[in-house]
Design a protein around this ligand. Structure first.
Ligand code: AMP
Ligand code: ZN
Length: 114
């Protein structure tokens, strides 16, 4: 996807503050953090949103969650706790059309969010 900002980050055309990378996924710090720890985890495959996820993508989803757990440990928030968020589509507040999961932690987070 040529115009996708997260695909550009994956290709190295836009810089990011990388936290973790392997052949399937990339994790980097959110440019506009909502919490002391705010990491985005994205699949390297361009998947528009959770609503366009296909059966073949299930491995990358489980991989993202296993690595989210490890990133939580690495960032020092595993014990205090954290929230994983996926915004899907317009009503879900998704602003970047490349599926991503937010890891938020380092402070007490309200539920439900505003
Ligand atoms: P969402 O609203 O769920 O689509 O989240 C998109 C997130 O991407 C927002 O939290 C933005 O702050 C973040 N974001 C947008 N552009 C960048 C970028 N170049 N580097 C890091 N995070 C970004
Ligand atoms: Zn993309």
């Amino acid at each position: 996807m040529d115009s996708c900002i997260f695909c550009k980050i994956i290709k190295g055309e836009i810089p990011c503050n990388k936290v973790y990378e392997d052949e399937k996924i990339l994790a980097f710090k959110d440019i506009s953090p909502e919490a002391p720890v705010h990491i985005l985890i994205i699949p390297k495959k361009h998947i528009e949103s959770l609503s366009t996820l296909e059966e073949d993508d299930k491995d990358v989803i489980s991989h993202i969650f296993i690595k989210a757990k490890e990133i939580g440990e690495k960032m020092g928030i595993a014990q205090s706790g954290y929230r994983i968020v996926n915004n899907c589509g317009v009503d879900g507040g998704q602003t970047v059309s490349h599926m991503h999961f937010h890891i938020l932690g380092g402070r007490s987070l309200q539920w439900p969010p505003g």
